[in-house]
Design a protein around this ligand. Structure first.
Ligand SMILES: CC(C)(COP(=O)(O)OP(=O)(O)OC[C@H]1O[C@@H](n2cnc3c(N)ncnc32)[C@H](O)[C@@H]1OP(=O)(O)O)[C@@H](O)C(=O)NCCC(=O)NCCS
Length: 149
């Protein structure tokens, strides 16, 4: 993975993000949603990073921060580039930011890969949100809320 580079994401990546997100999630986020997430408005600062292979976006960590409290909005790695340490590298960039004191995120209780990743980084489970996600077959699944500080 020597050709993978990492850097901040701006609104100019919104269309690429929509495409990549659509390949990973059954409820995709639109280009417009990404344009909003990647905008810094008032106290809300976008803190978003991407991974690039030969200039193509292969992964994203989209988050925002308000006065040091950070929320992860979405995270994903292109299927063929998973399990190569890309998500960990994106988290290193986020954790290295002076705008991050605490981080919150939500994750489907059945998402074993993501839960394992968050625990490895040092996130701790703080609560459970009942029937929060709707699967493509209409089943409602719970979410864990994780916190890092
Ligand atoms: C979750 C996801 C972002 C992980 O990205 P990744 O780049 O493959 O993760 P990394 O290679 O950096 O893995 C780091 C750690 O995460 C955990 N992990 C990653 N993939 C895993 C898997 N398939 N099964 C179990 N643990 C896994 C492991 O602890 C791993 O450390 P290890 O390699 O020492 O075992 C990726 O699987 C993905 O995009 N999934 C689909 C979208 C998604 O679920 N996003 C999160 C929504 S909350």
């Amino acid at each position: 993975m020597t050709r993978v580079s990492y850097g901040p994401l701006s609104t100019s990546y919104a269309a690429d993000l929509e495409k990549l997100h659509t390949s990973l999630f059954h409820r995709p986020l639109s280009q417009k949603a990404f344009e909003s997430y990647l905008s810094t408005v008032g106290y809300k600062k976008s803190l978003s990073f991407g991974a690039f292979l030969d200039d193509n976006l292969i992964a994203f960590l989209v988050a925002n921060s308000i006065q040091g409290e950070c929320e992860i909005l979405t995270l994903g790695v292109l299927k063929e580039n998973q399990n190569q340490g890309v998500a960990l590298e994106l988290f290193k960039l986020l954790l290295g930011s002076p705008d991050v004191k605490t981080i919150f995120l939500e994750v489907n209780v059945n998402n074993r890969a993501a839960i394992s990743l968050y625990k490895k980084i040092g996130f701790q489970k703080v609560s459970i949100r009942q029937k929060y996600y709707k699967t493509d077959t209409g089943i409602l699944e719970n979410a864990f809320i994780f916190k890092y500080s």
